[in-house]
Design a protein around this ligand. Structure first.
Ligand code: SF4
Length: 355
């Protein structure tokens, strides 16, 4: 029989220690379900402090679910630029369209209905239903799993299906027993983010310390157990910044990525991911021998990508129709670029302006 979870103590702690967040309901600011939905999309794989300025900028551009549903995809991606994991932005855009089309512009209040929206999994559905509508829906994310694995002393890997089932069941029991599902769910996540952290855990400040199994048995540093991840594959991409010299300065060529796959429909310098493409020739251009600019590494979920950046001037030829756009490097605000391409553009600009 698992120990009783000290719900009241945790809620008391939350009232004093919660961080202000622009989407978080307060006594003077009622819950806005659209804001909660946007924040949850942004918070996947990203820390609160990083998300706040992006959230504020995004809400300024798309203040309502209707505004987002009616927006152009490129505008949505541009506003998301820098947050990474762009599939989340596309899913959020599609979810807003579904809310307008199928739910009269009202974000659903039940996890089961929310689950049918694009990109909404069990965690997001539970978070939106509980935080926006105060309904007793459970949530389990990395923070919650860590708190429960330690508090209840769960020694099986938290990503195993049977352990996940246990975690969801504990989360359901606790949120149902709490008087405020909204505050309860937020308080477990906040404890995981501020006190029951992966490293440098501050158990002395924890409201759960008197009943915590991991603290009693001395296993805080060993929990939660996770299945070891596969090593990411190492690949190399060649980025070629091709430019035309015009009377008003250099114009660089940007091409759009395909509709499928990583960074789909975002823009970039012509980039070779296969190590045998004729980047300029395939676009109808003849270029001078490229000069190296920089090299850097970017991590994606499953890969370590080495980007080797070069630049080269166009000597002759004509860009194939619809193949790309020419832009000065200081006018890219309406072209959504993935983070490594932004980095490449900044490095090309630095060499150009230093030259
Ligand atoms: S006592 Fe320590 S390990 Fe236990 S829940 Fe609190 S912070 Fe986590």
């Amino acid at each position: 029989m698992p120990a009783d979870f000290p719900i009241s103590k945790l809620l008391r702690w939350f009232r004093h220690h919660q961080r202000p967040m622009p989407w978080r309901p307060t006594a003077s600011r009622p819950a806005n379900p659209y804001h909660v939905l946007v924040s949850e999309a942004m918070l996947q794989q990203t820390q609160v402090a990083t998300v706040i300025p992006y959230f504020e900028r995004f809400i300024k551009s798309f203040p309502t679910v209707d505004a987002l549903a009616n927006a152009d995809e490129q505008a949505v991606l541009t506003r998301w630029q820098g947050l990474g994991y762009y599939r989340r932005a596309r899913h959020l855009h599609a979810a807003a369209k579904a809310v307008v089309k199928e739910h009269h512009g009202q974000v659903p209040d039940r996890a089961k209905t929310l689950l049918a929206l694009p990109g909404v999994g069990p965690y997001t559905a539970g978070a939106v239903a509980s935080v926006a509508y105060d309904t007793p829906e459970p949530i389990v994310d990395g923070n919650v799993a860590r708190v429960y694995a330690r508090f209840y002393g769960l020694h099986d890997a938290v990503d195993r299906p049977d352990t996940l089932k246990t975690l969801w069941s504990l989360a359901q029991t606790n949120v149902t027993a709490s008087k405020s599902p909204r505050d309860f769910n937020q308080s477990v996540m906040e404890l995981g983010a501020l006190v029951c952290t992966p490293k440098k855990t501050t158990c002395t400040a924890c409201p759960l310390k008197q009943a915590c199994k991991a603290l009693a048995e001395g296993t805080v540093d060993r929990l939660p157990v996770k299945t070891p991840k596969k090593k990411p594959t190492a690949v190399t991409h060649r980025v070629l910044a091709i430019y035309r010299q015009t009377q008003r300065g250099r114009r660089y060529l940007f091409v759009q990525r395909p509709a499928q796959g990583l960074w789909s429909r975002m823009w970039q310098f012509p980039t070779d991911e296969t190590a045998n493409a004729d980047l300029a020739g395939d676009l109808g251009l003849k270029i001078a021998p490229p000069n190296p600019v920089s090299s850097f590494t970017h991590l994606t979920t499953h890969r370590t990508v080495r980007f080797n950046v070069e630049q080269a001037r166009v000597l002759s030829g004509r860009l194939l129709p619809q193949a790309g756009v020419w832009r000065p490097l200081n006018r890219l605000v309406d072209l959504p670029l993935a983070k490594p391409q932004q980095q490449a553009a900044a490095q090309v600009a630095a060499t150009h302006y230093c030259a």
